[in-house]
Design a protein around this ligand. Structure first.
Ligand code: TUI
Length: 308
């Protein structure tokens, strides 16, 4: 499946691994890249020294291209924007904001830039700023989300820009890839399916929640804070939902949620952890190596799209 995305990044399969904060580290990223996709290390809000180490570790684990996700709401964004230049990272994805002010520096350093966009307006702005591609991310995704669905957003972004578009949100098998291609996407970004991979380093409780989830087990919390977030319907998520219904303040909400993603990923804390995951978790029932996940997804997609 050669597309402008495989050409742009020099990869075999047009699939990016989502830049999931706390989750997307060097072992996972290298496994995805070694399997022919594009792995990503998430900057999240991690210290720069740790991220430098992660980038160097990934370089030692793969000779294939990998990227870094810059979460623009993070206090480390400015420093990470410089680190990816210093470390000559192949490409950057961005989330949770407009990366406009970093674009010139990244382009001058030869770094490919692929912002995540939740709207047509932002996709157009990113194209004007020099983005190489955009990821149109639907509200089915895990973590911090926009409001539009993958099915509605992707074709509208495809119609609005000339640069290639990747689809994200609700894609976990070959049917999702084939559907994305029918909507005009030239690649996909997949997060939740890789949570249930052998190489993903998250706590076993997190993986168990993902593979045990059914279709109705993800909920969105925090809409009233302006930062809606899709999670497994865990104890904390239900508590936050009640808190929101009962008229709690956004400030208190942020206080209760603080550190909850780390508690999920590192400690597997079923009481206080925030287990971010996409709405497609209900379809994911097993843990496999990244290579098998990617090869099976593309074998199914190619059959459906009648490629070869
Ligand atoms: O960024 C994500 N997903 C994330 S970030 C994250 S860490 C976090 N935790 C709690 C609250 C907030 C963040 C967990 N998951 N996905 C990409 C994404 N980007 N989704 C939505 C957006 C987005 C939103 C607004 C991108 C641009 C944007 O632009 C606003 C503007 O400045 O025009």
């Amino acid at each position: 499946m050669k597309t402008r995305i495989t050409e742009l990044l020099g990869i075999k399969y047009p699939i990016l691994q989502g830049g999931m904060a706390w989750v997307a580290e060097s072992t996972l990223a290298a496994a995805v890249s070694n399997a022919g996709g594009a792995g990503i290390i998430a900057g999240g809000a991690a210290p720069i020294d740790y991220l430098r180490d992660q980038i160097r570790r990934a370089k030692s684990l793969t000779d294939k291209p990998f990227g870094v996700n810059v979460m623009l709401m993070s206090p480390n964004a400015e420093d990470l924007a410089q680190l990816v230049i210093d470390e000559k990272v192949a490409f950057v994805t961005t989330g949770a904001g407009n990366p406009g002010k970093y674009m010139e520096g990244w382009k001058a350093a030869g770094i490919k830039v692929i912002p995540v966009v939740p709207s047509v307006a932002l996709a157009k702005r990113m194209e004007r700023s020099g983005a190489d591609a955009v990821i149109a991310e639907g509200t089915e995704s895990g973590g911090h989300i926009g409001e539009n669905t993958t099915m509605c957003l992707v074709p509208q972004v495809v119609d609005a820009v000339e640069i290639p578009v990747l689809a994200a949100g609700g894609i976990a098998d070959g049917r999702g890839i084939a559907a994305s291609f029918m909507l005009g996407a030239e690649g996909v970004q997949v997060g939740t399916r890789f949570l249930a991979s052998e190489e993903c380093q998250i706590h076993k409780n997190y993986k168990d929640l993902v593979i045990g989830a059914k279709d109705t087990d993800s909920i969105v919390t925090g809409r009233f804070t302006g930062h809606p977030c899709r999670n497994v319907k865990s104890k904390l998520a239900k508590k936050l939902q009640t808190f929101e219904k009962d008229g709690g303040t956004p400030e208190e909400f942020e206080k209760i949620s603080a550190g909850s993603l780390r508690k999920a990923v590192v400690d597997g804390d079923l009481e206080e952890g925030s287990f971010m995951c996409g709405a497609i978790a209900g379809m994911i029932n097993d843990i496999k190596p990244c290579k098998d996940i990617i090869e099976e997804m593309f074998a199914q997609a190619e059959k459906l799209l009648k490629i070869n």
